[in-house]
Structure formats: structure tokens, C-alpha cells
Design a protein around this ligand. Structure first.
Ligand SMILES: Nc1ncnc2c1ncn2[C@@H]1O[C@H](COP(=O)(O)OP(=O)(O)OP(=O)(O)O)[C@@H](O)[C@H]1O
Length: 296
């Protein structure tokens, strides 16, 4: 494991919110192909760390690099395109869209052409290229129209957009299968059971074709059987070549699935190592003393 390349590097990151120091000089790296657990008591700074990696909050100081590229200051959608996806502690889906559509939206976050292309799909066909020439190419509208022109190209009688959309649908179906809810593809997200919604969130994140998947408490609210099958899913995802960064409160789940663990407390890293090393670490035992782990 130690010979693998660093995929993500969190380098001396400090984040302050007014008087609160949520992260205090935190350093760690995630290696290509591993499952890294990020644990710590409530308020330790885990979600803040995810937010920094995914561009939701900007570090007060320090650096974050993904595949050697700096992430600090990058916009969220750019970070997604660089190859980082996440799920949220509180499920965030489009409730009135089907499961399949929710995953396709994830794929749209990757393929810049498809969102605008989809919007203009209905009037693309009647518009002829020469009618578009006068449009101001500097304006957003102009760009959209240029988009229409590009997606209007036809390959084997099908527009590029249609082909892209068809491929996205197939891929979304595969992802629903991977997470075990393909039989719910046509159901509205809001009508899915809680556990299915969590799995759908993972499928949607995977649709962005990430190199790194950040899962924020994916097992929250799960019963032991659901946790067990989630554990299998996380391993399966890693086996497809996706590196995983996992925030999880259930110690048994964390210990059972991760290659290494980083422990935060009050915004500082207090330990790092294999699950066996972390379990024996006195600072970790002290940090968790009296903190319910729901695995105990
Ligand atoms: N936007 C914010 N504004 C002010 N304080 C914040 C903000 N976000 C986080 N904090 C504070 O930063 C600290 C770390 O919070 P964070 O949510 O990252 O912890 P956590 O380890 O994810 O906790 P939990 O396990 O409860 O989700 C907490 O004291 C929290 O109150």
C-alpha cells in the first residue's frame, strides 16, 4: 500500500469559521486504490474536511492537491470534473425525478455538452446552421446556440446528443445495478426506501466518473444487515478502480472496510494507521471514551 501514489494530499490545512477552528493544520494523503476512513467524535472536523476537498469551503491556510493539481480556489463543478465526487450526510436527491434520471444528472455534471444540449433538444432540429450565424458568440445565448450547432452534428443518422444520451442511460442503468437498485430505475426518488435513496446517491456520485469517491456517513440510519451489504458495496466500488474516502461513525464498519484510518479530534489529527494500529492507539481510545459508536 505504501508504494502507491498519492491521489489526494491534504497539506497543513486550517479552516476557521469566525472564532471556531474546525481544522487545525491537518495533514494526510489518500493513496490510489485504497479505502481511507476519516473518523473522530462529533464536531471533530470530518465534514469540514470533505467540504474543503470538494470546494464547498475554502481553507484559511494550507494546500489540497488531487493528482498533483491544486484544488484550493477551484469551483465545485471543476473539482467534480477533475474526478472527485461525494455523497452528503443528509441525502440530497431530486425527489421528483426518477432514480435513473437522478443518476443521469450525475453524468451530466461530467459531460458539459449534455445539459445545454438537452435544454435545446426540442428546437434543435428545425434550426438550420445558417440561421445561427448572426448570433453574438460572446453572449451566453450565443454559446448555447453554438452548442446546439455542435450537438446537431449527426453520426450514423443519430445526433451526437442522442448517442451521448443513450450511452448515459446505459451507464446509469449499470450504476443502478452496481448499487443494487436497478429494479427501481423508473420510480421517483422520493418513493424509494431510505436505504435505496442512500444507494442512489452513491450511484449518482459514481456517474461523474470519479477517481475519488467521498462518502459522508453512508450507513447513517442503517440496520446491521444493511450496513453489512453497504460494506460489500464499498469494496465492490473500490474493486472497480475508484479510491474511497469514508466518514463513518460505526467503528465496526470502518474497521472492517478500510485500509487505513485518519482520526481527528477538535480539528487536529490525533492518529493515522491501519485499523489494527488505530484501535490500539491510546489517544484514539481516550477520544472515543464515552462516545457511543453503535457498534459497541
Ligand atoms: N459553516 C460553519 N460555520 C461555523 N462553524 C462551523 C461551520 N461548519 C462547521 N463548523 C464547526 O466546525 C467544527 C467541525 O464541524 P464538522 O461538521 O466538520 O465536524 P464533524 O466531525 O463532521 O462532526 P459530525 O460527526 O457531528 O458530523 C464544529 O465545531 C462545527 O460546529
Amino acid at each position: 500500500m505504501s508504494e502507491r501514489n498519492n491521489l489526494l494530499e491534504v497539506d497543513n490545512v486550517t479552516i476557521r469559521f469566525g472564532g471556531v477552528t474546525a481544522l487545525d493544520g491537518v495533514d494526510f494523503s489518500v493513496k490510489e486504490g485504497e479505502i481511507l476512513g476519516l473518523i473522530g467524535p462529533n464536531g471533530a472536523g470530518k465534514t469540514t474536511c470533505f467540504n474543503a476537498v470538494t470546494g464547498v469551503v475554502k481553507p484559511t491556510s494550507g494546500a489540497i492537491r488531487f493528482r498533483g493539481k491544486t484544488l484550493v480556489g477551484q469551483q465545485r463543478h471543476k473539482i467534480t470534473r477533475l474526478g472527485i465526487a461525494r455523497t452528503f450526510q443528509n441525502i440530497r436527491l431530486f425527489p421528483e425525478m426518477t432514480a435513473l434520471e437522478n443518476v443521469q444528472v450525475g453524468a451530466d455534471a461530467r459531460h458539459k455538452t449534455s445539459v445545454v444540449g438537452a435544454l435545446f433538444r426540442t428546437w434543435r432540429v428545425p434550426v438550420k446552421p445558417h440561421e445561427l450565424v448572426e448570433v453574438d458568440a460572446k453572449s451566453g445565448f450565443g454559446r448555447a446556440v453554438q452548442q446546439v450547432r455542435r450537438t446537431g452534428q449527426r453520426i450514423f443518422g443519430l445526433s451526437r446528443h442522442t448517442l451521448e444520451e443513450r450511452a448515459a442511460k446505459e451507464k446509469a442503468t449499470e450504476l443502478l445495478k452496481l448499487v443494487g437498485i436497478e429494479h427501481r430505475a423508473g420510480e421517483l426518488a422520493r418513493s424509494l426506501a431510505y436505504g435505496e435513496q442512500r444507494r442512489l446517491e452513491i450511484a449518482r456520485a459514481l456517474a461523474t466518473e470519479p477517481g475519488l469517491l467521498c462518502l459522508d456517513e453512508p450507513a447513517a440510519g442503517f440496520n446491521p444487515a444493511e450496513k453489512e451489504s453497504l460494506l460489500e458495496l464499498i469494496r465492490k466500488i473500490r474493486d472497480t478502480g475508484v479510491t474511497v474516502l469514508l466518514i463513518e461513525h460505526d467503528m465496526r464498519l470502518v474497521m472492517g472496510v478500510t485500509d487505513r484510518i485518519v482520526v481527528l479530534e477538535f480539528g487536529k489529527k490525533i492518529a493515522e494507521g491501519t485499523p489494527a494500529e488505530v484501535r490500539e492507539n491510546p489517544a484514539v481510545i481516550a477520544a472515543y471514551l464515552g462516545v457511543p459508536t453503535d457498534a459497541a
